[in-house]
Write a protein that binds this ligand. Sequence first.
Ligand code: ADP
Ligand code: MG
Length: 385
Amino acid sequence: MNATPLDLAAAFTERFGTEPDGLWSAPGRVNLIGEHTDYNDGFVLPFAINQSTTVAAAVRQDRLVRVASTFAPDEAPVTADLDTLEEGGVQGWAAYPIGVLWAMEQAGHRCPGLDLLVDSSVPVGAGLSSSAALECSVAAAVNDLGELGVSLRELATIGQLAENRMVGAPTGIMDQSASLLGEVGHAVFLDCRSGDSRLVPLDLEGAGLELLVIDTRVSHAHSTGGYAARRRSCELGAELMGVPALRDLSVKDLAEAAGVLDEETFRRVRHIVTENARVEDAVRVLTSGGPADLGSLLVASHASMRDDFEISCAELDTAVDAALDAGAIGARMTGGGFGGAAIALVRADDAAAVRSSVEGAFASAGFRAPVIFGVLPGAGAARTA
Ligand code: ADP
Ligand code: MG
């Protein structure tokens, strides 16, 4: 939809009959490297993107929440009463924004009633976390309007709680952390055990690079079951190796693991252990060199997900191979796997060739045409008007 801020304020007034008190935006994210490491207490390196969700919000005098979206222009606002709202009490898309208010109160922060109108430029379901963008825009709005003074780090856990308990999706803390803590020209290095994070320079434009997202537009039916099975394998691997989480194993422990674990569990464990090491290597590369040196880490990450963790699929492998064939510096699938998106790091001069190589490979394979677009490391959540 992409209404401009002015449009959204006008649309709010049309919907609710009052002017909004302000507008708050929060971005989607791309995970540069560190896949399935989050629930193993490991490391991830996402960045906030330059596409975001914006919410226009106004405080009410009662404890009602009314929420509408430009994605559903003909739908009446979904209403909830903060005094009687229960876990799982809202269905559909409104569970994300209303869930944030519920989670805020669960964490002990009393919220005012609010009217909310949401708009977004983050593609939904493309692996860019439109869900976290939505949660974090609302979290930022209620934090300001209620003068709650909640830290960004706690807001991330509140967004996660909303998604886990009101929506019912078992997601980690990465997406909300990137959306809240991201900064222009930076990635967010996040330790999923401690919750500590720090910004790492990721100046793609300055390095003459572009990062292409290749949305395969496929979602394979076994993705939910596959995700659960991978989590179980990781838990089993940690248990058999006698560590609290796979985070506690290093690459030099793999020789021992090969003797202890069955062949499949070993490969699952090897992906997590080597992926954590690759995230740390990526941080070093970005700190001491620059993004042009990331290529081999991205390629190794994809091979590990394809061969050891077995979460890739024909469309993702085709996207990665075709991008590399056309001169991409590096490419990998990103997100949970079994469909979704791949990323390709390319020199700006090669971007057109990489795009057409991927499109051509998809056409030859008989796949549905992918959607390909560039993203840049953008700003985290903020009040915008
Ligand atoms: P992703 O986060 O990868 O985009 P999810 O399935 O986690 O995909 O979240 C997408 C869901 O979030 C949508 O199906 C919808 O329920 C909700 N959503 C995201 N953005 C909006 C929006 N602007 N308006 C209404 N609902 C939205
Ligand atoms: Mg999501």
